[in-house]
Ligand binder design. Sequence first.
Ligand code: SAM
Length: 215
Amino acid sequence: MNLAVARKRMVAELEKRGIVDRRVIGAMLDLPRHIFVEEAMADQAYSDGSLPIGEKQTISQPYIVAKMTQMLGLTGREKVLELGTGSGYQAAVLATLADRVYTVERIRPLALKARKALDSLGLLNVNLRIGDGTEGWAEEAPFDAILVTAGAPDIPQCLIEQLAPGGRLVIPVGDRSDQQLVLVKKGLDGALHKQEADGCRFVRLIGRNGWSEDR
Ligand code: SAM
């Protein structure tokens, strides 16, 4: 099947599953997900599943990308932090929908590949850093939105601190194999409001405020 047709079908399925944010739908219709996976897997890029990207990591399932992005409620003015760049696809979606994106990946070869893919699309509003994202990006805080795309045992306190008043954080929290999406809203007075959404299965968030490598 033609990749553009496959992409349209993928987005139609997302709408059937409850993705209603027109901006999220538009971004996922525009962005070529197939350039974020190995060429040999391009024909699988628009099925609703995660795919291997090397280094035992994955590009997330399109539905989960759409759902988490929708939960952030982006309007186009935000400064966003993403932890777990992976292939760079989620960063590309965020860069299309927000003002500036800061993304952190701990595995260098993945970060370098993601940078190339993002550059090939001319997404110049993405800053990428190699390091431990569980510490956030203190020098650039506060962020209007924070998205964690790896499974965490708990919500790192430093991320709450780096969230701006009025900001939103979305993070999968749970054990090593199963997690729940959690949305944390920070009120203008700093009060926190937490809401749980879909169950999910992410690779682990490994670092100082996440899982340790050998657990
Ligand atoms: N957002 C990615 C995408 O669009 O392809 C998918 C992310 S993949 C499910 C999770 C990524 O988080 C992996 O690339 C992994 O190396 C990364 N990761 C895990 N722990 C991390 C940490 N402490 N800091 C930064 N990246 C981390």
